[in-house]
Write a protein that binds this ligand. Structure first.
Ligand code: A2P
Length: 316
């Protein structure tokens, strides 16, 4: 199993199961199947609306001695409506309750965007706090409190660019150790990856397969289909594996953590087996040439008319 080794010696399995878009009613079986297939890393978030069912799956696997809690790496995320310092610990406790866990291995600020309590999609201008009203440094202090309380082993962020990371790095008592962002051959994130490496921050790739199961409301009509890419298909054919496996293997070859989502047993097992695939330097070069700076998750839902956030301010 490929591992990401943290400075304190903790090991995070690089390949995890994504649970964004895994519906209640499907995610229980997905998590149990994944753990039985060998996955030891599950990526969660309260906004995915399925943490209770994931918690049941984990606790049943532990009770049935399929795995121990210590063998698992569980990540969750702080939702945008709890960015004020004193809201972080209660939000974490609600997630721990839902996941039926005593601690998280990794807790991330989900977005560099602060929302008022009760804000739901589609958002209006009045739902937002600006980052001047609720600074990321304040949210980070709350994140540090979760570590000090012994409820979280590692903290980090998600959807942060270098400027937002700098804000935290400058004032942090406990440095961020992870940035989870969209990353795949059409959006390779070389600049951000280099920045993170210079600052000892690991990267986790979300939407590694292109997330075609996203809500139609947020899809561009002409978006390119990563799983149908001819270069990926060619490499997959020569190795007699699937395009999804090549996409997962590519992330692992770059030393990045990757969290493909599936709710189907065959694909869950197939995605896990991608760890065994070897990509040559030539394969890596052909895939590097596919970069087209294309985001599937554009973040436009944070920029309704009158929002204090713009796409430029979001991704910087
Ligand atoms: P499903 O959950 O029905 O298996 P991402 O991880 O980029 O968000 O992509 C998730 C999407 O990719 C889902 O639609 C998921 O479908 C699909 N998917 C997951 N694994 C595979 C695979 N091995 N082959 C093809 N599609 C896959």
């Amino acid at each position: 199993m490929k591992l990401i080794r943290y400075t304190n010696g903790d090991n995070m399995p690089a390949l995890g199961l994504g649970t964004w878009k895994s519906a209640p009613g499907e995610v229980y079986n997905a998590v149990v199947t994944a753990i039985k297939s060998g996955y030891r890393h599950i990526d969660c978030a309260p906004v995915y609306g399925n943490e209770k069912e994931i918690g049941q799956a984990i606790s049943d696997c532990v009770a049935n001695r399929i795995v121990t809690r210590e063998e698992l790496w569980i990540t969750s995320k702080l939702w945008n409506t709890a960015h004020q310092k004193n809201e972080v610990l209660p939000a974490l406790k609600a997630t721990l309750d839902d996941l039926k866990l005593e601690y998280l291995d990794l807790y991330l600020i989900h977005w560099p965007v602060a929302l008022k309590e009760g804000a739901g999609f589609p958002l209006k201008a009045s739902n937002f706090y600006s980052l001047e009203e609720v600074p990321l440094t304040e949210t980070w202090k709350g994140m540090e409190d979760t570590v000090k309380a012994g409820l979280v082993r590692h903290i980090g962020v998600s959807n942060f660019g270098p400027e937002h990371l700098q804000v935290i790095l400058k004032s942090a008592e406990i440095a961020p150790e992870m940035n989870q962002v969209e990353c795949h051959p059409y959006f390779q994130q070389d600049t951000l990856l280099n920045f993170c490496r210079e600052h000892n921050i690991f990267l986790t790739a979300y939407s590694p397969l292109g997330s075609y199961d996203r809500s139609e409301a947020f899809k561009a009509s002409n978006e390119p289909k990563l799983l149908d890419d001819p270069v990926i298909a060619h490499i997959a054919n020569t190795k007699e594996v699937s395009p999804a496996q090549i996409l997962i293997s590519w992330a692992l070859h770059r030393g990045i953590s990757v969290i493909p989502k599936s709710v189907h047993a065959g694909r869950i097992a197939q995605n896990f087996a991608a760890e065994e695939i070897h990509l040559s330097d030539e394969d890596m070069k052909s895939i590097a040439a596919l970069d087209r700076n294309f985001r599937y998750v554009t973040g436009t839902f944070w920029t309704p008319p009158g929002s204090p956030y713009t796409l430029n301010s979001l991704w910087r």
